[in-house]
Design a protein around this ligand. Sequence first.
Ligand code: NAD
Length: 262
Amino acid sequence: MINLSDKVALITGAASGIGLHTAQYFSKAGARVIASDINIEGLESAFANSPNPIDFIAHDVSSEQDWQAVFEFIKSKYQDFNILVNNAGIFKDGNIEDMSYEDYQSVFKVNTLGTFLGVKYAIESFRAFGKANEPVTGSVVNVSSMAGIRALKGMGAYCASKAAVSNMTRSIAVECGTNGEFIRINAVNPGTVRTELTESAFGSDFFDQFSQDTLPIPMADYGRPDDIAAAIAFLASDKAEVVTGADLTIDGGWAAGLAGLN
Ligand code: NAD
């Protein structure tokens, strides 16, 4: 298991799916976890009986005020801040002719602008917690998607919002890599794993009846949220100390081929 002892980590969208599994993984790996989500009841039921204490906090990632409040909380309670996992995300399907401006915008507000705000305030916080005569350190992992590196039919808004996350990751990594700080920014690209998001998008039948005819995944395995959590933990950890601007695709080989969901 990756060692995250004593790391202070904020994980967004942690009430369910990949975020929930990542928070649990980080906690087992020794991190002090702050789990945030727009769904506070979901956080309460997920973490009320957690074996290790996990702080949870209501947080809409598309609200700049909420980001400021979350980092105020971290400043008031912790002596350090080391890791942000920008995981919260939403999905809306529809071809271009069916997609309203408002729907397209709402996907970007959460997936892309929410990620931007997270990176911006995390970097500010890494610097604020910096120690005298030591370089500033910190690690951000953005949860992009296989849909951010490939086009999938009927998912244009989601694909574009995640493509922006993927290139935002590289752009900010380049900025942060040139001023003597050790702030790393990487992304993961999950293929498809079974969560509330994918069950409501594709239906549970999609997973129950999964075969290579429904999805051309070379390994014939769509993976689990813990597979994504482990990849996030690696990128967030000191084991990846010279990894920045990278993205790690975890999809059973799906993106390596050409076919999508068409
Ligand atoms: P999920 O729906 O199970 O969990 C997403 C969480 O984000 C929920 O708890 C939800 O309440 C929260 N959330 C939604 N809007 C929010 C907001 N404005 N502010 C804060 N929290 C908000 O979904 P998931 O599948 O675990 O997805 C997590 C991330 O992984 C998303 O960014 C998604 O795009 C990405 N992803 C998922 C898959 C997959 O197959 N499940 C594939 C590729 C990428």
